[in-house]
Design a binder for this molecule. Structure first.
Ligand code: SF4
Length: 347
């Protein structure tokens, strides 16, 4: 009989397991710490557990991480990992170092593929294969720690493959493991969930106790334009999205980040600046602008740096806190879904 994989078990599930095995619940928390924090995957080495518990764990359970199928390293230091899941689906994780700030951002996936079909995204072109389990989310970060040590990443963003708010329960459980002091000890305050604007998910997230930041990938504040690049915008219209985000900021008493990728000649005009300013009015927020990172076959191009700077300048006095971000890892197809997409095509 195949051993049950404990990767992705929450503290509560490990406590339940301890009870099932005839132990006190706190033994489950000890096990949780050995596996996620100490990263000791051999039950025999867990010296503060009784010999009989170690034996029962060894007999029936295992802790198997994700296997990296492929790694690509960009000239700018960005690393992209392709994992092959048990059922063969590929997913990606990207590790983005920033020398200036000292940040190392891990960009993790929440779904294999994605159903939302954003026109600028390689993952969108793949369609949805399935949601990732809690272990498949946490496993991406554990792999980075196993490969690059405890300081492998300083920030975590759910901006890889998939729409995290369409797999919200697993994402929230994964963040629970990641942020637990006996887990990966990575503060939820250094974790960001990025959504394309799933309104019921934003409202549901507001009701969880999850302390991660929320980012909304906006990309256009004019309804017709947004629908053109993000079909989901037809369902979740801008005016309703603004209401949901406002509600989120009121309930959580936080501000949100709006991500806005600039496409040359499409969403970089004065009309777009004015629409954007109207959209964010009354929402505590900051704005990240970045140039679109082209994927093969897409019809758009990245604007020049001058155009991006012009857009930021027009926007800034009208909206709070605008940051211009650099696109990273272009030479290794680091935009979401590109490596998995090309791997799936090759296969
Ligand atoms: S941008 Fe995000 S939500 Fe849109 S298709 Fe890509 S993975 Fe899905």
């Amino acid at each position: 009989m195949e051993k049950r994989n404990l990767l992705g078990y929450t503290v509560a599930q490990m406590e339940d397991l301890a009870v099932t095995l005839g132990e006190k619940p706190f033994r489950g928390r000890q096990l949780f710490k050995w596996l996620y924090k100490i990263r000791q995957y051999d039950f025999e080495m867990m010296t503060d557990l009784s010999r009989s518990l170690r034996q029962r764990l060894s007999d029936g359970y295992a802790f198997r991480g994700l296997d990296a199928d492929q790694t690509a390293v960009s000239k700018d230091g960005t690393r992209k990992f392709l994992f092959r899941l048990n059922d063969g689906h590929p997913i990606e994780t990207v590790l983005i170092p920033d020398e200036e700030s000292g940040r190392r951002t891990a960009c993790v996936s929440s779904q294999a593929g994605c159903a939302l079909g954003c026109r600028f995204c390689a993952t969108g072109a793949m369609g949805l294969r399935r949601n990732l389990g809690v272990g498949e989310i946490v496993g991406q970060l554990l792999h980075l720690r196993d490969e690059h040590g405890d300081g492998a990443f300083t920030n975590v963003v759910f901006m890889g493959m998939g729409e995290p708010l369409l797999n919200l329960d697993n994402v929230v459980d994964a963040i629970g493991i990641i942020s637990d002091g006996a887990g990966l000890s990575h503060s939820a305050r250094k974790t960001t969930i990025s959504t394309c604007g799933i309104i019921p998910g934003i409202r549901k997230l507001a009701d969880t106790r999850c302390k991660a930041w929320l980012a909304v990938s906006l990309n256009a504040a004019i309804q017709e334009k947004r629908e053109k690049i993000m079909p989901v915008a037809a369902t979740y219209r801008l005016e309703n999205l603004a209401d949901a985000v406002k509600h989120y900021t009121q309930v959580t008493r936080t501000r949100v980040t709006f991500e806005y990728a600039l496409f040359e000649g499409f969403n970089d005009t004065m009309d777009d600046v004015m629409a954007f300013s109207r959209f964010v009015k009354g929402i505590p927020c900051k704005i990240n602008l970045l140039a679109y990172n082209p994927v093969s076959g897409a019809e758009w191009k990245a604007p020049s740096q001058e155009k991006i700077d012009w857009f930021a300048k027009q926007l800034y006095p009208r909206v709070p806190a605008v940051t211009v971000r650099r696109s990273r890892g272009a030479d290794i197809d680091a935009a979401c879904g590109q490596l998995a997409g090309s791997s799936a095509r090759r296969r």
